[in-house]
Design a protein around this ligand. Structure first.
Ligand SMILES: Nc1ncnc2c1ncn2[C@@H]1O[C@H](COP(=O)(O)OP(=O)(O)OP(=O)(O)O)[C@@H](O)[C@H]1O
Ligand SMILES: [Mg+2]
Length: 485
């Protein structure tokens, strides 16, 4: 619906104009102003899509009406509808911003003129909107801290935004620049390499990491998107690209990786030291206490023979002998916990089987052990056997402490180049959060040991069903780093 403002002091003429438009089926709402005041007030207040104005009015003339309309409603078309308008005046009116003029005795021309004017006004509005949008987009592209370039269908870089020019050191140099490997234009050919264009043409876009090169030959790592823009027939019109400099990101990534590697090495070193220390303490306890206790035990036996006729002293001696036997057992237990000799004597898998039996004895939790007859101890370094044994001990201890399990299934085997250790319990099941909590230090240490050996670990729990810890370690590459014992 068109809102038309008509400035006309003659009611009959006003009616004629209204009827002429209605007869031609112009959908409109018309408000009529017959004085200067009414006209100015309507211009200020109402929605006005088009203005029709008489030329000669008492106390107010067409020029003034036109001037006010141009000031207040610059977008609304303005058509003079006049009984008396010479050709010269009409031309002057058009020059001053009127859209058209119609003589009252030719009112048949009015409706087509109104339609044309409205269409043109709409087109102008749309054009203005598009121009505004283009201006805004251009400003965004020109000020963005990312690199933006456009390549035409003849493979020439036709646009490079200021950030792109800065990154590549191109200055205000005129474009287009060839990308077909012309000498001196490597910077341009790097932006749109053939492979990126091929993928973009095929799939619409290429997204990835790449390296641009500046005019001076400096390499710049970027994360890049190349987009192929096609016309309606599917032919490529041009390619655009957006690149983000990831140099500092890359540097921090490298620094982070280095520091993680250092931390891992430090953790490995600390583990080694811990194992060495345990081995030393275990040796000392074994040698010092073991020998002394055996000597005491022998001494007690000697005394026993000589005190056969003193029953009270004999009973005391027997008590002491029992105590010494218990202490010898305790020392053996401590020594084997610190550094299971069985690990060195029988190898990893046998040590695991022994540990499982011990576990069953101590906790009452049944242990089903399934072990590959082929023991890998000779294939791998000592650090790996100790690490795996400690991993196994941690899973057993966890099962006893947290799982409320009644049964434990242990599986050890060598599959191809990999050693597999699986421990499953039938307890309450570890939660996902507990399994990945950085404060679960037992599990963190376990994972750290596996990572140091280049292996993989999965810790999964099912509520009420149990927990499964599966460790896989490659055998090759773990022969080195022997641990002193
Ligand atoms: N087999 C299991 N069944 C159920 N929950 C478990 C099991 N193993 C571990 N959890 C849960 O995961 C948590 C973290 O285990 P983690 O071994 O890291 O720590 P911890 O055993 O409590 O202490 P420690 O540092 O002495 O090992 C445990 O506190 C427990 O809640
Ligand atoms: Mg634990």
């Amino acid at each position: 619906m068109l809102n038309i403002l008509l400035l006309e002091d003659d009611p009959e003429d006003a009616e004629l104009i209204r009827c002429s438009l209605l007869d031609s089926e112009v959908h409109m709402q018309m408000s009529v102003a017959s004085t200067k005041e009414q006209y100015l007030s309507a211009l200020g207040r109402k929605q006005v899509d088009l203005i029709l104005s008489d030329f000669s009015l008492p106390g107010f003339d067409g020029w003034e009406a036109l001037r006010s309309a141009r000031q207040r409603r610059p977008e609304a078309p303005f058509i003079f509808v006049s009984g008396t308008m010479g050709e010269e005046t009409a031309i002057r009116a058009l020059k001053r911003g009127a859209t058209d003029y119609i003589l009252k005795d030719r009112l048949a021309r009015l409706a087509p003129s109104v339609r044309r004017a409205v269409d043109e006004a709409r087109r102008q509005r749309e054009l203005k909107r598009i121009r505004g949008e283009r201006r805004r987009l251009h400003r965004i592209i020109e000020t963005t801290p990312d690199f933006v370039a456009i390549m035409d269908s003849d493979c020439r870089i036709v646009y490079l935004n200021p950030q792109g020019r800065r990154m590549l050191g191109i200055g205000q140099e005129a474009l287009p620049a060839p990308t077909a490997g012309d000498p001196g234009y490597e910077w341009a050919s790097r932006i749109m390499e053939a492979e990126k264009l091929r993928v973009a043409a095929l799939k619409g876009a290429w997204i990835g990491e790449s390296t641009l090169i500046s005019r001076s030959g400096r390499e710049i790592p970027v994360s890049q998107v190349v987009i192929a823009h096609k016309d309606q027939a599917g032919e490529i019109e041009y390619f655009s690209t957006l690149c983000r400099n990831v140099e500092s990101l890359k540097q921090s990534q490298i620094a982070l990786e280095n520091s993680q590697k250092q931390l891992r090495e430090l953790a490995g070193h600390l583990q080694d030291i811990r194992e060495e220390e345990r081995a030393r303490v275990s040796r000392d306890i074994h040698d010092e206490f073991g020998q002394s206790l055996t000597a005491i035990r022998m001494g007690l036996s000697w005394l026993q023979k000589r005190l056969a006729d003193a029953p009270a002293s004999l009973a005391k001696l027997q008590q002491m002998e029992q105590l010494v036997d218990q202490t010898i057992q305790a020392v053996r237990r401590i020594v084997s916990q610190l550094r299971p000799a069985i690990l060195d004597d029988l190898g990893l898998f046998a040590a695991i089987a022994w540990q499982a039996r011990e576990f069953q004895k101590q906790t009452g939790i049944a242990c089903e052990v399934e072990i590959d007859p082929m023991d890998p101890t000779d294939l791998v370094g000592q650090n790996m056997t100790i690490a795996l044994f400690r991993i196994f001990q941690e899973t057993m201890t966890n099962a006893a402490r947290h799982a409320q399990a009644t049964c434990l299934r242990v599986h050890c085997s060598v599959v191809g180049d990999r050693l597999v250790l699986r421990v499953e319990d039938d307890g309450i099941g570890i939660s996902r959060q507990e399994a990945s909590d950085p404060r679960s230090f037992g599990l963190v240490g376990l994972k750290e040991r596996v990572v140091l050996l280049g292996g993989h670990v999965s810790i999964r729990g099912k509520p009420g069903k149990g927990t499964k810890v599966a460790v896989t370690i490659p055998l090759s590459g773990n022969k080195g780093r022997p641990c002193e014992s």
